[in-house]
Design a protein around this ligand. Structure first.
Ligand SMILES: CC(C)(COP(=O)(O)OP(=O)(O)OC[C@H]1O[C@@H](n2cnc3c(N)ncnc32)[C@H](O)[C@@H]1OP(=O)(O)O)[C@@H](O)C(=O)NCCC(=O)NCCS
Length: 333
């Protein structure tokens, strides 16, 4: 391992293969029984980023040049704009299972923390699967747990029969609509109004409906298209013209049979009418026609979002794993 790991300036095809070697081995080890993403998907996540995201990558190799560990530091907001360096940051570090407990993780974390501090970040977030070494690793390095999350899986074959009828249940004053990619022009104002009416999500998490930022939502659609993925949205429209809520699902473009549920949100003035369940049931009804070989959907929900957990359980989602989101406060320079 190099004494002073430096970031990858311009990753080569061989760097991407080495990166995937670490990722696929670690995921197979740390999440047994779960599908490992394809190399194309992992590569797209590193090379196709939004304008408000800046990734700093480290790839560590052993004495025989074998890939040992990876780290990705995600800078966002003003830090990535270049107009300032005080945005939030998060890190995902992975040590190949055959190379753990040798100090690599500690050295990598010191390097990443230094880089985030130098970029002017106030804090560094990281997530680890509950009960794995990653949780203890972060907890003993001054990271503070801020949110616990439940990851859930829904096998499309296991959707309870009554769910198929839910979209037809009338919700007086409301109707459902759907689109793929960016929001259609006719709904742009209503959609942006809905996003602005949503309260700031706790802990700024990007889960279970936590990206109430018009520019970020617009960019998510554009990013999905550039990666070859498809972003589907189902929304509930109120007779008064409001977009009352929406739910989005990301369909993979690499042939994987697993979709990712992204945001689900109902504007506070329209809550209590069962719109969350209604919209998500409509999404489930549409998916087989949109991507016939799809087998399952994954999502994650902060544990304090009881409503969304209840909605997902009714739809047939089952727990997959639990994670803890940590934050480390960085000293300002
Ligand atoms: C967490 C991870 C990065 C640690 O990498 P590592 O190279 O093994 O870390 P280190 O060798 O520097 O270990 C540092 C300390 O972490 C703790 N730790 C690491 N593995 C542990 C385990 N299996 N059980 C208990 N403590 C453990 C210990 O305190 C250890 O110090 P010690 O070996 O002196 O007891 C690695 O296990 C990993 O890649 N896990 C999967 C991804 C992940 O959870 N990343 C963290 C969130 S970004």
């Amino acid at each position: 391992m190099p004494a002073n790991p430096s970031p990858l300036a311009a990753p080569t095809a061989e760097d991407h293969r080495a990166w995937y070697h670490v990722q696929s081995a670690a995921l197979a080890h740390d999440r047994p029984g779960e599908p490992v993403p394809s190399q194309a998907a992992v590569r797209a996540g590193l090379t196709t980023t939004g304008s408000r995201r800046q990734l700093v990558l480290w790839l560590l190799r052993g004495s025989g040049d074998e890939p040992v560990a990876t780290a990705v530091l995600r800078l966002s907001g003003t830090a990535a704009d270049g107009s300032g360096t005080d945005g939030p940051a998060d890190v995902q570090m992975t040590v190949h299972p055959a190379h753990r407990r040798l100090g690599t993780g500690s050295r990598l974390l010191a390097t990443v923390t230094e880089a985030a501090t130098a970029a002017g970040c106030a804090s560094l977030a990281a997530e680890a699967v509950s009960g794995t070494p990653g949780e203890g690793f972060l907890a003993t390095r001054d990271f503070v747990p801020v949110t616990r999350l439940t990851w859930q899986r829904l096998a499309l074959d296991d959707i309870p029969d009554p769910v198929g009828k839910l979209p037809d249940v009338p919700h007086p004053g409301y109707r459902l609509t759907a689109w793929e990619g960016a929001v259609p022009d006719t709904l742009t104002d209503g959609f942006l109004g809905a996003l602005r009416a949503l309260p700031t999500p706790a802990a700024g998490l990007d889960t279970g409906g936590c990206r109430w930022d018009p520019a970020a939502v617009h960019e998510a659609a554009e990013l999905a298209a550039r990666r070859g993925d498809r972003l589907l949205t189902v929304a509930a429209l109120h007779d008064g013209g409001d977009v009352a809520g929406y739910t989005t699902v990301l369909l993979p473009g690499d042939g994987a049979r697993r979709a990712q549920q992204h945001d689900t949100a109902v504007v506070p003035a329209h809550r209590g009418h069962g719109l969350g369940l209604w919209m998500k049931a409509e999404m489930l009804r549409r998916l087989p026609a949109v991507q016939p070989d799809l087998a399952e959907i994954h999502t994650c929900v902060p544990d304090d979002n009881r409503h969304l957990l209840a909605v997902n359980t009714s739809l047939g989602f089952r727990p997959l794993r639990r994670t803890v989101r940590f934050r480390l406060r960085l000293r300002r320079r």
